[in-house]
Structure formats: C-alpha cells, structure tokens
Design a protein around this ligand. Structure first.
Ligand code: DGY
Length: 410
C-alpha cells in the first residue's frame, strides 16, 4: 500500500493550486465545493494545516446571503464551460462563482479534521463555525420543503444526470437556450457524460435563474426544477449534527442547530417511498421517482436505520463486484459507464461506509471498504468506475478518489 499512498498524496499535491485543489486537471479546472471538502479530509491524513486551508479558501467564496457556491472561478480557464460569463453572478459574491450550491459535507469533514488534532484546529474552526452555520441556515431557509432538502438544478445535488431528476428534466422545454460548446466531452468520452438533452436543460436552468437575478425567493418558488433529494437531506442532517458537536467544542449555542436536526429527521422519513427506499421526490408533481441510487444508501449517514436498505445493500453486493452502483443493476435506467446512472463513486461509498459504522453495521462497512479499496488498487484513482468490471471512467488522477483512499479505503 505504500506506493499507492504515495501516488494518492502526489495527486493531491499535483492538483493543489495553493489554497485550493482542483478535482482533476483539464475537466474541472476550478475549486468545486464538495470536492474541496473531500480533499481537505484527504490532506488531513498527512498535512493538517493544509486541510484547514482548503476549507478556509472555500469559504472565501461565500455569498453575503450564506450561500456557498458550487464552483469558485479563482482564475479564468477557457477549458471549462459554463464559466463566469454564463452564470452572471458578478454582483452576488466576493469572487466570481456559480449561482447554486452543492452537497454540504464541509461541516462533517471539519469535525473529523478537528477531532484529529483539536489544538491545530481551534483557530481555523472558530473562524469557520459562523460561516458553516450561515450556509446551513441558507439551506434551511431556501431549499427546505418540510425538512426535505430540494435542489433547483441537477448540478446543485452533485449527481448531475441521476434518474431522480428525469421527470423534472422532461418537463422542461429548453427553448431559446442558444448555441454553446460543451467542454467536458473534449476531455472525456461522451458515452461517460450526460447527454445533450441533459446539457441543454442544465444551461437553460442557469439562464433562467440568472433571469431571476439569482434572487433566493424567486429561484426557490419559480424554478421549474424542484426535486427533494435524499443525498442533500441525509448529508445536511449529518453535517448539522456534526456542526452541533463543534458548537459544543467551541462553547457556542446549539439550539438552532438542534431544531434543524429535528426538522430534517422528519423530512428524511418523508423521502421513503412505498417500497421503503429513499429516493428523489419531484415537488412539482408530488411524486417519488422510484429510483434505487447510491444516494438511497445514505440513510445511515443521516442516522436513519432501515432493514429494507440493508437488504438492498446485500443485493448490490451480490449483483456487483464493485458496489455501490449509482443506479440499481437491472433497472431500466442502468448504464454502467454513464456518470450517475450506474457507475460506482468512491466518495459516496465512503459516506455510506461512515454511516454503516455509526449504525453498527460493521460487516457491511468492512465489505464495502474492501471492495472500494480493490477498485483503486486494480484501476487507480478514477473519477468513477464501472460497477460490474471496475473499469475506470470519467476523469483520471482524481482528487476526491485519492482522498478517499488515504482517509478510508486503505
Ligand atoms: C460539470 O460541469 O460537469 C459539473 O458537474 C458541474 O458542476
């Protein structure tokens, strides 16, 4: 494992741009929100100060309303589309950024990094704490449907082309989207990326929110894409508990955080469909999507146990050499190579694994860890992998996959 440890650290260093880390060179040439939080946890395994710097830099992009953007465009890069000119957020935040957020895993990793070395963490944590609270408050105010956290753009949830969004995407007619040139398919095989139909709608939704002036109330009410997301809900539920623990460590008041935990726990229960699976809920249609995705298995991370999901997990272990697939094998939506419609993602596996341990499912956690480690020892640090063959897919030399190796899989 020593050679792989060294290779993983080398990826983090190579993608390091000073205060922040690229997800991978070429395909994603800026600072991405949740990628950075995973990177911080990876750095924490060998350089605790660099770990805090990653999070500190991320929050330099926070908007005055508390929103933490999903991309920070620190320096222009023509290799990426859509850049700052498309988002049109100039007057919104302190540095050029996108106008949507991303899964709020940062507080969870801040807690883990702090616990690793409280002395080194006290000062950076004290500065970050109110910013984390402001961000979570933004979610609770503007992305909250009775405790279910919804997204207003597939990119906000991080799982760009997950079948959970299909019904909402199909309802959009992307008229007037205009001509544009994708850059992602210049870096990665198009069969591993979202389709053109998806992309037209991604850009159309950006243009529409821009037309609403990125006004929180207008976007939350008027965006035609509004889907409650198990990943967002379970991740925020967990991150909120972690933030409350950090409040204790700092001697801060936690009562507002505890009220959010209660609200999100109720919301998570409503995300369970009549088959007992946690899936996306299209708020405009009032319909569950009936998708078994890797996000469905984040219930344990949120502190919610489920015998049905444990049975689904065993099925995934039986069906795939390299679980957990982002879409259940055998479903009509399954595509082993296309991004969030089948491939296995190491970051989601780690989050599932952390939840399994917390809820006492140690055998399953170990099985998942070992199979994820095998993926990396056999196929390197890819963005994602074919769950049946293990073939690497998407970008390579990927920061968050290397971080997962250092922090969990190895
Ligand atoms: C992309 O550009 O593919 C990203 O997923 C958006 O965050």
């Amino acid at each position: 494992h020593l050679a792989l440890d060294e290779a993983a650290r080398a990826i983090l260093r190579k993608n390091d741009r000073g205060g922040y880390t690229l997800p991978t060179f070429g395909l994603y040439p800026y600072q991405w929100n949740w990628d950075s939080a995973f990177a911080a946890w990876g750095f924490a395994q060998f350089d605790i100060d660099r770990a805090w710097l990653e999070l500190t830099t991320l929050f330099t992009g926070q908007w005055p309303n508390g929103m933490l953007p999903h991309i920070l465009f620190h320096r222009p890069d023509p290799g990426y589309f859509p850049g700052p000119d498309v988002w049109g957020t100039e007057d919104k935040g302190p540095i050029p950024s996108s106008g949507i957020s991303q899964p709020p895993v940062a507080a969870t990793f801040a807690r883990m990094i702090y616990d690793k070395n409280p002395d080194a963490g006290r000062e950076p944590l004290a500065a970050l704490f109110p910013k984390l609270v402001a961000w979570h408050r933004w979610f609770m105010r503007w992305r909250n449907a009775d405790g279910m956290i919804f997204i207003t753009h597939p990119w906000e949830g991080g799982r760009d082309n997950a079948p959970d969004w299909d019904s909402a995407m199909q309802a959009i007619d992307p008229v007037g989207v205009g001509e544009y040139t994708r850059r992602d398919t210049a870096h990665v095989d198009a069969s591993m990326r979202p389709t053109k139909e998806d992309y037209d709608r991604y850009i159309w939704l950006v243009q529409r929110a821009r037309g609403l002036g990125w006004d929180d109330a207008a976007v939350a009410q008027d965006q035609p894409f509004k889907v409650a997301d198990p990943l967002m809900t379970f991740v925020l539920l967990r991150a909120n508990r972690d933030l409350a623990a950090l409040a204790d460590a700092l001697g801060e008041d936690r009562s507002e955080l505890d009220s959010w935990t209660a609200e999100l726990t109720a919301g998570a229960a409503a995300l369970r469909n009549d088959k007992g699976v946690f899936d996306g809920y299209n708020l405009n249609l009032g319909e569950h999507t009936n998708s078994v995705s890797n996000a469905s298995f984040l219930c344990w991370l949120g502190g919610v146990d489920s015998p049905q999901m444990l049975a689904e997990l065993h099925r995934a272990f039986d069906q795939c050499a390299y679980p957990v697939p982002s879409q259940k094998v055998g479903s009509d939506w399954f595509n082993a190579k296309r991004y969030w419609r089948g491939p296995t993602w190491a970051i989601v596996n780690m989050l599932i694994g952390l939840g399994l341990i917390d809820m006492g499912h140690h055998a399953e956690a170990e099985e998942l860890r070992a199979r994820t480690a095998a993926l990396m020892t056999q196929h390197g640090f890819a963005e994602y992998y074919d769950p049946l063959t293990g073939d690497p897919a998407g970008g390579d030399s990927f920061t968050w996959t290397a971080a997962v190796w250092l922090a969990w899989a190895s």
